[in-house]
Ligand binder design. Structure first.
Ligand code: AMP
Ligand code: MN
Ligand code: MN
Ligand code: MN
Length: 276
């Protein structure tokens, strides 16, 4: 079995990349994709651990893109390490995450919370900054009792501390990933996916659909599977593991989505051939 969606401390995950791979080895996985938000920084350590522990590590990344409903997450796979084009794009995304983190802090301070930019920076500790770092800072200063409370009261969608990221189009991300030899899968779409949306995304370069994900109930999973197979899209899936605290049911454990090795073979077979 494999798992093609997970996070490390390079973004908003709880464990360093080598320990994430250690978990994968313990779970008996033959391959994983590390898919941190807007960064490849965890990959060298993950790949090294994978060689040691005999887990194949696919270089992945979770991009955030524009969508009619707000934001769509796109998983890129088979990414090269050290591509100037890709690294420059991701550096811009991370700079915008920092800008947005600062704006969130400004809003929270106007609401009377004593959180500072430094608090967020300390939680992120060099990682690609996300709302979970803000939530942890609020927890640490005692402004909330749980991470969930931070999202529900302050930084979830449409809550008073919420600030949007500047999002690239899906097409921009798909073109970029293809230009460096990777492929793209649309992540955890739940009921947002329909024939019209996926037909449009496929025309813009979508290779695969994440059918198996902890937030997909059995009906959503089978609907997404039918849509993927009907449109000639490949399938991807994974636990979206961030930390053990966030594991609410067996399907959210690392490897819990029970993705067959064959899916990775198929995804790899549609990689574009690029020069260099
Ligand atoms: P961002 O990319 O900064 O907008 O943050 C989104 C991340 O926050 C997701 O990738 C999840 O890891 C986490 N997240 C989103 N919603 C919640 C929630 N309600 N409770 C806990 N974590 C969440
Ligand atoms: Mn996350
Ligand atoms: Mn996501
Ligand atoms: Mn994710």
């Amino acid at each position: 079995m494999i798992d093609l969606h997970m996070h490390s401390t390079a973004s908003d995950g709880a464990l360093p990349p080598e320990e994430v791979v250690g978990r994968a080895a313990s779970a008996g996985l033959s391959a994983i994709a590390l898919t941190d938000h807007d960064t490849l920084a965890g990959l060298p350590a993950a790949v090294e651990a994978g060689q040691r522990l005999q887990v194949r590590v696919i270089a992945g990344c979770e991009f955030s893109t524009m969508a009619p409903w707000g934001e769509m997450h796109v998983l890129g796979y088979f990414l090269p390490l050290g591509s100037d084009l890709l690294e420059e794009f991701l550096a811009n995304c991370r700079a915008d995450r920092e800008r947005r983190g600062n704006e969130i802090v400004d809003r929270l301070r106007k609401l009377g919370l004593k959180v500072t930019r430094e608090d967020i920076m300390r939680e992120a500790d060099g990682a690609s900054i996300g709302r979970p770092h803000v939530a942890r800072a609020l927890l640490r200063i005692g402004a909330v009792r749980t991470i969930q409370e931070a999202f529900d009261r302050y930084i979830g969608w449409h809550r008073p501390g919420f600030v949007e990221k500047r999002l690239p189009t899906f097409k921009a991300v798909a073109d970029l990933v293809h230009s460096v030899g990777g492929i793209v899968s649309a992540a955890h779409l739940r009921d947002r996916a329909d024939l019209a949306l996926l037909t449009d995304l496929k025309a813009q370069g979508l290779d695969a659909l994440e059918t198996r994900h902890p937030v997909h109930d059995p009906d959503q999973r089978s609907r997404l599977t039918d849509l993927a197979l009907g449109l000639g899209l490949l399938r991807s899936g994974g636990s979206d593991w961030h930390s053990d605290e966030q594991v609410q049911h067996p399907g959210a454990q690392m490897g819990g989505q029970e993705i067959p090795d064959e899916w990775l073979v198929e995804l790899e077979s549609v990689r574009p051939v690029v020069a260099g």
